[in-house]
Design a protein around this ligand. Structure first.
Ligand SMILES: Cc1ncc(COP(=O)(O)O)c(C=O)c1O
Length: 354
């Protein structure tokens, strides 16, 4: 790549090898060739007894740096771990007894259960559309997905962050269904699983936020990888945590991070603005084909008769059923031909509510 020039979508699409019309990134993303190969190479090295764990730190460092650039935050404010629920659990553990958390009805449970499971917290759940109005002086934290997993609704991020700040509450955004295609606001804290729109394998996750919000989180999962010098932190006290967000790191699932760094770097080369335009344009091509008005999301959820996802699969179109509807996701890996292939199978089967 020439410095300052982005990679065209059509060139990036050459990096993917799936034969199906893949409309299922909301479940898991496809790996670009280099990322897939890097993960397999790490696993081959393990089988051969040649894996060098310390060498895989580079994949973690590259992934952290690339995620930071994608979101426009300093890498020192990015922690890495395996799952969203783990980081949400740290946020839950940081809240004082009696605190109130405002959440959206039907949000993904990895963002809800950690707060519901923590004794002494009140979790107030309201419809996504009513969240901004529901922020008041009694709320300590607003926790919401930037894009709803079940149906792709986009949260009013700027309004929620503004309302929370006005009432002295913090915000925790789950960007798992958003980062990689949707330009994001900067909340107090942001958690993001890597295996969907960021095209990583399962087992990678990021947490970032303001310096103040990160400093308020207890490093209760800390192990050797949270140490200042990780390879000098494997035995014995005293506690010697990293001074930055790395103090919240968990030790890496090696093969997963090996397979994530090249994927994040590809997304960076294309750029979130171009991917946003591409994804939403495809989603709207799909919506138009079904007689729906245009939307603002890369995920489209449509009511269909039972068995539709299976029928699509038989014809090489992959989508999933969530909350009783067919959930179709359109990403960098999707083409107009994929959309049209799905439309050919769906137009007579979709029930548009009147
Ligand atoms: C919004 C959102 N958050 C988190 C997850 C996954 O959570 P975890 O990393 O805890 O498995 C998903 C998976 O579908 C999701 O859609």
């Amino acid at each position: 790549m020439i410095e300052g020039m982005s990679m065209p979508i059509s060139a990036a699409q050459q990096e993917f090898s799936a034969d199906v019309a893949y409309l299922n990134t909301a479940t898991y993303g496809l790996p670009p060739r280099a990322a897939h190969e890097a993960m397999l190479a790490a696993e081959r090295d393990r089988a051969a007894g040649l894996l060098v764990p310390a060498a895989l730190d580079e994949a973690v460092t590259r992934s952290r740096a690339s995620f930071a650039r994608l979101l426009g935050v300093p890498a020192e404010r990015v922690a890495v771990g395996p799952q969203v629920s783990y980081f949400a659990g740290l946020v839950a553990a940081s809240l004082p007894a009696g605190a109130t958390v405002l959440v959206a009805d039907g949000d993904f449970t990895s963002l809800l259960f950690p707060f519901a499971a923590r004794p002494g917290l009140t979790v107030r759940s309201v419809p996504l559309e009513r969240m901004v109005d529901a922020v008041d002086g009694g709320v300590d934290l607003v926790a919401v997905s930037a894009v709803q997993s079940a149906d792709g609704r986009v949260a009013p991020m700027a309004d929620l962050i503004g309302a929370a700040r006005a009432h002295g509450a913090r915000t925790l955004l789950d960007a798992t269904q958003a980062a990689g295609w949707l330009p994001l606001e900067q909340p107090d804290l942001l958690v993001c699983g890597g295996y969907k729109w960021l095209l990583g394998p399962r087992g990678t996750c990021f947490l970032t936020g303001t310096a103040e919000a990160l400093a308020a989180l207890p490093a209760i999962g800390a192990g050797w990888y949270a140490g200042d010098d990780v390879w000098d932190s494997i035995y014995g006290l005293p506690l010697r945590l990293a001074p930055d967000a790395r103090r919240l790191d968990l030790s890496p699932a090696w093969q997963s991070w090996a397979g994530h760094a090249p994927a994040l770097e590809l997304l960076e080369q294309v750029g979130v603005a171009a991917i946003h335009e591409h994804d939403v344009a495809l989603a709207n091509r799909f919506r138009t084909g079904l007689g729906l008005p245009p939307g603002d999301s890369a995920i489209v959820s449509v009511p269909v008769p039972a068995g539709t996802a299976e029928l699509l699969r038989e014809h090489g179109v992959i989508a999933s059923v969530r909350a009783g509807a067919l959930r179709c996701a359109f990403h960098l890996t999707t083409t107009e031909a994929d959309v049209d292939r799905a439309l050919d199978l769906l137009t007579d089967r979709v029930e548009i509510p009147v």
